[in-house]
Ligand binder design. Structure first.
Ligand SMILES: *Cc1c(COP(=O)(O)O)cnc(C)c1O
Length: 377
């Protein structure tokens, strides 16, 4: 079956008794035991719930992994992945990652003796040079948030294999519809499902998929031990959102391609960061490992004073955090999503007071362009 069909068929026939097309929501904390020492396969919703299981099996199928897990947010999923590591371990973190991920490494896991180095993982050479004796994993995003830098997944997977480390990929921006890191040798994929997977700006959720069941079992233990899983109601919302992932990603991609080109021709815009543009330095690697560019565009304006002007003038595009939903949103990373990243690192990366990030929705692209045009004048 093709991926776009697999997506639509998530959960079909999950309730054999009634034949319900839509997955039933099992709003129950507990399940009765048929007899002493016997189980229906379900005992307590923290461990396993039929609605959550549908979405967990579904996302594992889409990412082509051994096991899938659904969490209450993207940060809950990333926290769970980091709990695989111990005091004394060291992790390499992509330099231009989601601000909350950096905060988790920097302000939380260092308290437990897990150290990390921030590295430009778009260079395999720099990444390999940062490996220490106690390095256990590399954590990347590609494209990165918000500078849209590209990292070669297969190259880093090779380095990880050689050093007996794990490659963890945050695949939020492209989703398995456009990029499947596990097929390229990554060990673990995480998502903020809040974004494209759920897709409607109405739900917080996170996802982990593992390539091999040995790590899958460790994640299963952690999910049950810590209790940060997705509720049955929210699991249903995620299933509901996922059904249209293929259509949505095609439209986000098509719109963003047009808008990135248009932005590149605007006099007040000095830089446009989008892997679909021929000028993007990572384009060749991106095209090798992904079948689309997604809907996120970052761009820099000529004058910092233009940023508040744009943010106050946009009418159609909403000035709001988050990304990946059907509605177009615009954010100012330096003051919002990436505030927790130290100023020095931000400036090195280009996350300045002139940078804006646009999450292109699935509206008509001309309406988005018209709104940007009037806001830029
Ligand atoms: C939003 C985001 C997260 C955090 O996910 P939440 O669902 O907000 O907890 C992690 N990684 C990336 C790339 C994100 O965009």
């Amino acid at each position: 079956m093709n991926l776009e069909s697999k997506i639509v068929h998530i959960g079909i026939n999950s309730d054999k008794k009634t034949g319900a097309i839509s997955t039933p929501i099992y709003n129950t904390a507990s399940f009765a035991h048929p007899a002493l020492g016997k189980s229906t396969g379900f005992d307590y919703t923290r461990s396993k719930n039929p609605t959550r299981q549908v979405v967990e099996d579904g996302i594992a199928l889409l990412e082509n992994g051994s096991d899938g897990f659904a969490f209450s947010s993207g940060m809950a999923a990333i926290t769970t992945v980091l709990m695989l590591y111990k005091t004394g371990d060291h992790i390499i973190l992509a330099d231009d990652c989601y601000g909350g991920t950096y905060r988790l490494f920097n302000k939380l896991f260092t308290n437990y003796g897990i150290s990390f180095s921030v590295v430009d993982t778009s260079s395999a050479k720099l990444t390999a040079a940062a490996i220490k004796e106690n390095t256990k994993a590399i954590f990347i995003e590609t494209p990165t948030n918000p500078m849209m830098k590209i990292t070669d997944i297969a190259a880093l997977a090779g380095i990880c294999k050689e050093h007996n480390m794990q490659l963890i990929v945050d695949n939020t921006f492209l989703t398995p519809y456009f990029q499947r890191p596990l097929e390229l040798g990554a060990d673990i994929v995480v998502h903020s499902g809040t974004k494209y997977l759920a897709g409607h700006n109405d739900l917080l959720c996170g996802v982990i998929v593992t390539r091999e069941n040995t790590i899958g079992e460790k994640i299963r233990f952690l999910q049950n031990a810590t209790g940060n899983m997705l509720s049955p109601n929210d699991s249903w919302l995620l299933i509901r959102g996922l059904k249209t992932l293929g259509l949505r990603m095609e439209k986000h991609n098509e719109n963003a391609g047009k808008i990135a080109k248009w932005l590149s021709t605007q006099p007040h815009i000095t830089n446009v960061y989008y892997p679909g543009l021929l000028t993007h330095p990572g384009k060749k690697i991106h095209d090798k490992q992904a079948s689309g560019c997604g809907g996120i565009i970052s761009f820099a304006v000529d004058d910092a004073a233009r940023v508040p002007q744009i943010l106050s003038r946009v009418k159609f595009i909403q000035f709001a955090e988050s990304l990946g939903g059907v509605e177009s949103l615009i954010t100012f990373p330096a003051c919002q999503t990436h505030m927790d990243i130290p100023l020095k690192i931000r400036q090195q990366l280009g996350i300045t007071d002139k940078l804006l990030r646009l999450s292109v929705g699935i509206e008509n692209s001309q309406d988005i362009i018209d709104d940007l045009q009037q806001a830029l004048q």
